[in-house]
Write a protein that binds this ligand. Structure first.
Ligand SMILES: [Zn+2]
Length: 108
């Protein structure tokens, strides 16, 4: 059963290195607990406070999709949104509450 493990191919090694390469600089420390982020709401699009990539605003508990950048699901960092903040002067606190009443506003 352990046969496949001892006969790693060159391709497998390359894939392992590729995976290591993909780990983001902001990766959570082991044992630091769950990855969380602030939902940043801008004028036309919103982004994830952890990885700074675009995200959906409505109906998302976690950053799973990069909205507007890639149509197929995925691409988000998986952080759970724990609060919400404005990334634009035009987005008011009242607007944020309206968007996501379930998320508290980030303390300034
Ligand atoms: Zn993210």
């Amino acid at each position: 059963m352990s046969e496949s493990r001892s006969s790693s191919t060159f391709i497998e090694l390359v894939e392992q290195f590729a995976r290591l390469d993909q780990s983001p600089a902001t990766a959570p420390e082991p044992g630091a607990g769950e990855l969380t982020a602030t939902l940043l709401v801008g004028d036309f699009e919103s982004s994830c406070g952890n990885c700074r990539k675009a995200t959906l605003v409505h109906g998302v508990d976690r950053h799973t999709d990069i909205s507007g950048w890639d149509e197929k699901p995925g691409g988000g960092c998986g952080a759970r949104f724990t609060d919400i903040a404005s990334a634009s002067r035009a987005v008011t606190a009242a607007h944020l509450r309206q968007l996501r009443p379930d998320l508290p506003l980030r303390a300034h």
